[in-house]
Design a protein around this ligand. Structure first.
Ligand code: DGY
Length: 323
C-alpha cells in the first residue's frame, strides 16, 4: 500500500491546531503570505492537488473551476456559506463540495447581538468621542440611543443562526417576528410570530436582523421600497452577507433619519466597502468577524478536515457535503 499522502491546497493560513492536523494528514500546499489568490495564482497552486481547502472570499467560480486539474476531487470550504463556490460547475466536473455547518451558530449570533446593541446604543459614536479625546463628561442628553427591551425584532432567515439570535434577543426582552421559507415547529418557534411573506413582516420590525443565505432571491433584498416599509427609526443588522442589502438605499435611509442606525458585520465587495458607510457616524461596523473566536475557527477547521479526510483518506462520503 502506498503511503503517499493526498495533496491538498490550503488557500489561507488556518489556526495552529487546524494547520497541524492538515499538515499531518496531507501533503499540504500552503499559502504562507495568507493573501487571497487571484485566478492565475489559484490555477498554479492547485496543480496536482486532490483536495482544496478554501475560505469565504476565495473566488472559486466557474472560470476558476474550469482550470482545476482532473485530479481534484473535493472543494472543502472553511465556512458555512458557500456562495463563493460555483457548486454547479464543480458538480459538472465531478468535484464534491462541502461546508462547515452548525459550529459557528453561537459565535455569529453573538456578533449579531453585538451589532444590534452597538447600533441601538450608538457605541461607535461613544468610542469615537473617547478615543478622539472629545469627552468632556456625562450629560443628561448625551448619546441617547434606542431602547431594546420591549421592542420587536424581525429575523429574515430562521435557520440555526436566526434561531440563536432569537434566543439571545428574548433574553433582552424583545418580541420576535420571523420570516423563513418553512415555518418552524411550535417548539422551535418559542412564541415567535411567523410571517409567510417577508414583506408583511417589515412594518413589525423595530429591529431587523438579516440571517438568510445569499441567493439569487435574497441578493439586494433590502432595497429602498422594503426599507420604506420599516417603522421610522428602525435599526438594521446584517451578519449574513453584504449583497443582501442595497448599500445606496441603506446609506440614504440612515442619512435621512428613516433608519436610526445600522449594525453591519458583512459588506458587498468586502474587504472594500461602500465609502458612504464610513461617513455615517452612527453606523456600527465590524470587519466580518462573526465566527472569529478561536474555539469556532478551530471547530470550522476540524469540520473542513473531517470532510477532506473522509473522502481522500477513507473513500467515504464527507459528513458535510452540500453537493
Ligand atoms: C461563513 O462561514 O460563512 C462565515 O461567513 C465565515 O465567518
Amino acid at each position: 500500500m502506498s503511503d503517499r499522502k493526498p495533496r491538498v491546497l490550503a488557500t489561507r493560513l488556518f489556526p495552529p491546531a487546524v494547520q497541524a492536523r492538515l499538515q499531518a494528514n496531507f501533503d499540504a500546499v500552503l499559502n504562507p503570505d495568507d493573501v487571497v489568490y487571484d485566478a492565475d495564482r489559484l490555477a498554479q497552486a492547485i496543480a496536482g492537488c486532490e483536495g482544496l481547502m478554501c475560505a469565504a472570499g476565495d473566488p472559486v467560480n466557474a472560470a476558476a473551476i474550469a482550470r482545476f486539474p482532473d485530479s481534484l476531487r473535493i472543494i472543502a470550504t472553511f465556512s458555512v456559506g458557500y456562495e463563493h463556490v460555483d457548486v454547479a460547475a464543480a458538480t459538472k466536473r465531478g468535484i464534491v463540495v462541502t461546508n462547515t455547518p452548525d459550529v459557528l451558530t453561537d459565535a455569529t449570533a453573538d456578533v449579531a447581538l453585538l451589532c444590534l446593541l452597538g447600533a441601538a446604543r450608538r457605541a461607535q459614536e461613544g468610542i469615537d468621542m473617547l478615543r478622539g479625546r472629545r469627552w468632556i463628561g456625562w450629560a443628561p442628553t448625551q448619546l441617547m440611543g434606542t431602547h431594546v427591551t420591549g421592542k420587536r425584532l424581525g429575523i429574515l432567515g430562521m435557520g440555526r443562526i436566526g434561531q440563536a439570535v432569537a434566543d439571545r434577543a428574548r433574553a433582552f426582552g424583545m418580541t420576535i417576528h420571523y420570516s423563513n421559507r418553512k415555518r418552524l415547529s411550535p417548539e422551535e418557534e418559542k412564541g415567535a410570530i411567523f410571517h409567510a411573506d417577508p414583506e408583511a413582516m417589515l412594518p413589525h420590525c423595530d429591529f431587523l436582523s438579516l440571517n438568510c443565505p445569499l441567493t439569487a432571491e435574497t441578493r439586494k433584498w433590502l432595497n429602498q421600497a422594503r426599507i420604506a416599509r420599516l417603522p421610522d427609526g428602525a435599526v438594521v443588522v446584517n451578519t449574513a452577507r453584504g449583497p443582501v442589502v442595497d448599500d445606496d438605499a441603506l446609506i440614504a435611509a440612515v442619512r435621512s433619519g428613516k433608519l436610526a442606525s445600522v449594525g453591519l458585520d458583512v459588506f458587498d465587495g468586502e474587504p472594500k466597502l461602500h465609502p458612504g458607510y464610513l461617513d455615517l457616524p452612527n453606523a456600527f461596523l465590524l470587519p466580518h468577524m462573526g465566527s472569529a473566536t478561536l474555539e469556532t475557527r478551530n471547530a470550522m477547521g476540524f469540520r473542513a478536515l473531517d470532510n477532506l479526510e473522509a473522502l481522500l483518506l477513507r473513500g467515504e462520503t464527507p459528513p458535510h457535503r452540500v453537493a
